[in-house]
Design a protein around this ligand. Structure first.
Ligand SMILES: [Zn+2]
Length: 470
């Protein structure tokens, strides 16, 4: 049974999906006005592992992650560059995808764009106005009226009063309450706008996520994920909009990842202590970044330093060496038959179980990685004494090793940088299984993953044939 820490109830709860076997999973995506920094990469890597783990457990996962492609910052960068907002947002979506591919993060089932979902936002805003939850201010903007929603503050565990006194809210005479937030911004000269029943303008940020969930996943998602800095006001506002619009819970499990710290300070754009994924990847490689992101449990803070990245690099090398030794021994012992030592195989299964136990416990990748290293140690001890090694043991060790690394999405490449044959064949088998089960989303996603690692597939009458792309 998978247990998830739910921010809403502040408890670890057993995970139960709404529709049997299907997980509706939403993660707030980036605002695309520059290359992503390390802090942005954490939720992306964590969500990818959660998705892979759920799929491994047999769930069909519908994963939606938006791109905010219209926003004040995008507009101002476009103006500075003498171009339009679309040029900027499209450019940084392409850059995002390049980093995500490098991090071995699979594309979402849907990556909706804010500007392609304006109709859904307008429908929600109109609905909220009709029900009396939103109003048009004298300034011409449309606001959500927080005083009308009695549950406002439930995610962050604060009352409207606490939030009013704690938050730095600017006094704006056109709002009824300082916490009221904008749903529709009246058009300004020189800015892009859309026409609407409440006048020309553009959407506020929070309504985007509510509208995309409504369109692609329905009223209630199983899992809603985001950084902990989004709890208030962003997720509180998503809840207010969606729950007042459709009268149902927006999400059953609210998950939030911790910050990445540099010298005990949160890594952020505003503190200017951030590093982009691109610059770190050039120095250490994307696989080291992914390993680093998973080296702590997602809710704990993650300390960034060059020493930690060096350690991650060495850890990955240890995994690769172990995997490389297994390939070497398998090639040498092919055809040779020897008896399997049962207790040796049981030893491997014990660590596999340890790994699954850690992942079931709120996706504890830190403990799962410890189990993987225990497995590696065990394998190393056995293969060091060649007399003990049977082909059965090697094959089983490879199967378990690739299974666990596959869930974490790490160490799939050999020392030469080429992806191992076993890893490719594992993915192909998974894709075959998904196709037999008519799970087309997963089958397509696996085909994309294979393409990302440079594998060409050919479906022939005799089965799937594969080769490395040049
Ligand atoms: Zn969101």
């Amino acid at each position: 049974m998978i247990k998830i820490y739910n921010t809403l109830t502040r408890k670890k709860e057993n995970f139960t999906e709404q529709e049997k076997g299907v997980v509706k999973f939403y993660c707030c995506g980036p605002t695309v006005y520059n290359c992503i920094h390390m802090g942005n990469a954490r939720p992306i890597c964590v969500c990818d592992v959660i998705r892979k783990y759920l799929e491994h457990k047999g769930f069909r996962v519908i994963y939606v992650q938006n791109f905010t492609d219209i926003d004040d910052k995008i507009i101002s960068i476009a103006n500075e560059a003498g171009t339009d907002y679309l040029t900027i947002s499209r450019k940084y979506i392409a850059e995002y995808k390049k980093d995500a591919r490098g991090l071995n993060v699979r594309e979402a089932t849907v990556h909706p764009l804010a500007t392609e979902n304006i109709d859904y936002m307008l429908k929600m805003i109109s609905g909220l106005i009709d029900k009396g939850y939103a109003y048009r201010s004298v300034s011409g903007d449309v606001y959500f009226d927080v005083a009308k929603f009695k549950d406002y503050g439930k995610l962050s565990g604060q009352s409207i009063k606490d939030l009013e006194s704690g938050a730095r809210v600017e006094i704006d005479g056109s709002k009824r309450n300082p916490l009221d937030f904008v749903l529709w911004k009246k058009a300004k000269v020189g800015e892009p706008f859309w026409s609407s029943p409440f006048g020309d303008g553009r959407p506020g940020w929070h309504i985007e996520c509510s509208a995309m969930i409504y369109r692609y996943l329905g009223d209630t998602v199983d899992i809603h994920f985001g950084g902990q800095d989004l709890i208030f006001p962003h997720h509180e506002n998503e809840i207010a909009q969606s729950e007042c619009f459709n009268g149902k819970a927006l999400a059953n499990y609210w998950m939030h990842n911790g910050y990445i710290n540099v010298n005990n300070q949160k890594m952020s754009k505003s503190l200017n202590n951030f590093f982009t994924v691109r610059e770190i990847s050039e120095k250490y490689g994307y696989d080291v970044i992914r390993f680093f992101m998973l080296s702590s449990h997602y809710r704990s803070p993650l300390n960034y330093s060059e020493e930690v990245l060096e350690q991650c690099k060495r850890s990955l090398e240890r995994l690769r060496t172990c995997r490389g030794n297994l390939d070497f021994l398998r090639d040498r012992s092919s055809g040779q038959k020897s008896l399997e030592a049962k207790e040796l195989l049981n030893g491997l299964l014990e660590y596999r179980e340890e790994f699954f136990k850690a992942m079931d416990d709120d996706f504890n990748t830190a403990d799962a990685i410890s189990a993987l290293f225990n497995l590696t140690k065990k394998i190393n001890v056995v293969v060091a004494d060649e007399r003990q090694v049977s082909l059965g043991f090697i094959n089983e060790a490879i199967r378990i090793f690739d299974e666990l690394c596959g869930i974490l999405g790490i160490a799939f490449a050999s020392k030469t940088g080429k992806v191992s044959k076993g890893y490719v064949e594992g993915l192909i088998q998974k894709r075959e299984k998904a196709r037999n089960e008519k799970n087309w989303e997963l089958a397509d996603a696996l085909r994309d993953e294979l393409k990302n690692i440079g594998v060409k597939l050919e479906d022939t009458a005799e089965g799937v044939r594969w080769s490395f792309l040049d």
